[in-house]
Design a protein around this ligand. Structure first.
Ligand code: TYD
Length: 208
């Protein structure tokens, strides 16, 4: 595949969505064809599955059912959107991808971690070229997330303790996997964008 696949990860309210938009704009100034997309969702059918996942009561799904819904949405998104874009020399920026499932659904549950690893291999079969972890203080990000007050609060309702655990899981994934790069997201939008751009421009050999 000729395109380059970048994913952004981080806990709720970490500012990764804003960073994804700024990164898209910057890459376009370098003449790159860019697709900015997100998970869960990114394309019509997958957005419909997203609504099932992010709205409603916390105990609406069992952990396994929830994991399978994320993978159903991801497979559809891959087939309809990500793979065709990567095949046509497009740089794809995806706001969350499989690492989110590992962190949020996998957690410390070994059975689910194994299921996710297997589904990644059997159903997804695609690893990002570069993953940027926007690392922020959970206290800060949670208040940011809750301030947005959308209907999509099923995961944000999990509270501070959940976000702190998710942050630690992200940090250990970042240590484990070479494609992961941790970005300090505590310093404001512009400062964080500069750190994001430094990583991406290094990887894509682009200079200002
Ligand atoms: P997102 O829209 O990225 O939320 P935010 O902008 O607040 O970061 O994602 C919605 C929620 O879905 C978010 O709380 C994280 C959760 N999620 C999972 O639990 N597993 C997954 O595999 C993905 C992609 C998201």
């Amino acid at each position: 595949m000729s395109g380059y696949f970048i994913t952004l990860e981080g806990i709720d309210g970490s500012g990764k969505t804003t960073q994804a938009i700024l990164l898209e704009k910057k890459l376009v100034t370098f003449g790159k064809k860019v697709l900015l997309t997100r998970e869960p969702g990114g394309v019509k059918g997958a957005e419909e599955i997203r609504n099932l996942l992010v709205q409603g009561k916390r105990d609406r799904w069992s952990p396994t059912t929830e994991t399978l819904l994320f993978f159903a949405s991801r497979k559809h998104h891959l087939e309809k959107c990500i793979l065709p874009a990567l095949s046509s020399n497009t740089t794809v920026i995806c706001d969350r991808f499989s690492d989110s499932t590992m962190v949020y659904q996998g957690g410390t549950n070994l059975e689910l971690i194994n299921l996710i690893k297997n589904l990644n291999e059997l159903v997804v079969g695609l690893e990002p070229d570069l993953t940027l972890l926007i690392d922020v203080d959970p206290q800060k990000s949670l208040s940011r997330g809750l301030k947005r007050s959308t209907k999509e609060d099923r995961f944000e309702m999990f509270g501070l303790e959940f976000q702190e655990k998710a942050r630690l899981r992200y940090q250990s994934l970042a240590k484990e996997l070479d494609r992961f790069h941790m970005i300090d997201g505590n310093g404001g939008i512009e400062a964080t964008h500069e750190l994001v751009w430094k990583e991406v421009s290094d990887h894509l050999n682009l200079s200002d």
